[in-house]
Ligand binder design. Sequence first.
Ligand code: FPP
Length: 250
Amino acid sequence: MTAKHFALQALPTDLVQERMPRHVAVIMDGNGRWAKQRGLPRIMGHRRGVDVLKRLLRCCRDWGVEALTAYAFSTENWGRPTEEVEFLMALFERVLRQELREMMEEDVQIRFVGNLEMLPRSLQAEIDRAVSETKNNRGIHFTVATNYGGRQEIVQACQAIAAQVQAGTLQPDQIDEAMFEQHLYTHGICDPDLLIRTSGEMRISNFLLWQMAYAEIYVTNTLWPDFDREEFHQALISYQQRERRFGKVL
Ligand code: FPP
């Protein structure tokens, strides 16, 4: 690892290490508006958004967050103009190709969740390569939700379980939350503790519906391309001030 790039930044003194979220999820909203405000094409917002995500990943690593999940493309995003969809697919592919070396150096383990079969073949190949090359890395777990929809994820889990019941290898009363989770794309990753959404929208937008059951939600008006370390710091202060009861009386 070269100190030049990757020197660890200390946790701000007003944050408590023991109360850091283990898993942070982000809905990176506002790229288009950010670009429009500057008279730029929407894609410029996405391009800058990648740099912001890279910096956040590094910041999570520095401050002891174990997992970061980013909503890069939803099942609904196919409804955008064709040029924008094509740009995003090409961007994901290029970023993966360019960043693989640094992910290895920084010990990042990357995973993708979503219906990946519908993505362009060349992107699928790049995803397979990045996932397999980083699978033994033991640093931060970085998950990218691509062609992801929470309802679709739950439906495909139901289909897999129903097939086992139909085959006679599973009894309906053996279905419980733990076994259901094994059929989700995210199996093996702990549930998000903190969801951050930029650009002021107060919605979950079909993201990690099952996994988000007890996530704390932080919404900022800042547009994703302007989301920086200080904004993340503010989100963490807010998170650490909350009392998480998980439905219990403490
Ligand atoms: C939402 O902003 C943003 C997206 C749908 C794309 C986000 C993707 C990236 C930042 C690239 C990530 C890359 C990798 C490889 C993980 P919007 O377009 O909905 O903005 P608007 O609400 O202002 O229109």
